[in-house]
Design a protein around this ligand. Structure first.
Ligand SMILES: Cc1cc2nc3c(=O)[nH]c(=O)nc-3n(C[C@H](O)[C@H](O)[C@H](O)COP(=O)(O)O)c2cc1C
Length: 207
């Protein structure tokens, strides 16, 4: 079992590295004077009704969610938890677009008008625990911003499918940002996250 997991992880790494073509390379962000991990710039949204939801298996999407939370201090944050195994996720959930079992989320969504959903992609699809949230939680009519982490590339066609999927659930899709994590340091991941947030909320921000 353990050896097949290693084989699978190897295949994923190969896929991810193949996906990382030049046009996908993360643009250097060092020139951005604001989005440094040391600065304290925050984003003030017009209302106080933002919920950050995140799922992270290996920890990188948790960094993204933490950075979002740091930049939007008024937002509440909740972790989506699942003990789904990678084999089941890949060979069942991702291949057949199935939901994963998640721990019940002890949160009332009704006060929130805006959801920022942070998730990794697995095989070019949103992770199955995050898919479960989209498919099963009462988020109809709420704004959704997606912040997706990937090792190398989240291809355009797959992004479009995800946007469409969100809309077909009656959720008001607003934006999709991609944070590339392969080979990146925590600081680089935080910078990318900040830049994504900046561009998404450009019209209302103080960031
Ligand atoms: C099963 C699996 C499938 C993945 N598929 C892709 C993929 O298709 N393209 C890609 O760029 N990265 C892929 N990745 C990499 C993850 O999306 C990336 O490492 C992400 O940042 C992991 O988030 P986490 O650390 O929060 O779990 C995959 C990772 C796993 C474990």
């Amino acid at each position: 079992m353990k050896s097949s997991l290693y084989v699978l992880m190897f295949c994923v790494m190969v896929v991810c590295s193949n996906c990382a073509s030049a046009d996908n390379a993360v643009k250097p962000v060092d020139s951005d004077p604001v989005c440094t991990s040391a600065d304290n710039a925050t984003l003030t949204l017009a209302d106080n009704q933002t919920l950050v939801m995140y799922y992270s298996k290996m920890g990188t999407t948790r960094i993204v969610a933490d950075e979002v939370s740091r930049r939007i201090p008024e937002a509440d944050i909740v972790e989506i938890q699942s003990d789904v195994g990678i084999m089941k996720a890949v060979f069942w959930h991702q291949l057949f677009n199935r939901n994963a079992a998640i721990k019940p989320l002890d949160i009332d969504l009704s006060p929130y008008t805006r959801i920022i959903l942070c998730s990794p992609i697995w095989l070019q699809k949103i992770s199955s625990p995050a898919r479960t949230v989209i498919n099963t939680m009462p988020m109809q009519g709420k704004e959704m911003h997606l912040l997706i982490t990937c090792g190398g590339k989240f291809i355009d066609g797959s992004q479009e499918k995800l946007k469409k999927h969100v809309s077909t659930r009656g959720i008001e899709y607003r934006s999709l940002g991609v944070v590339k994590t392969g080979g990146k340091s925590e600081e680089e991941i935080r910078k990318q996250t900040c830049i994504q947030l900046k561009s998404v909320f450009a019209t209302q921000n103080t960031l």
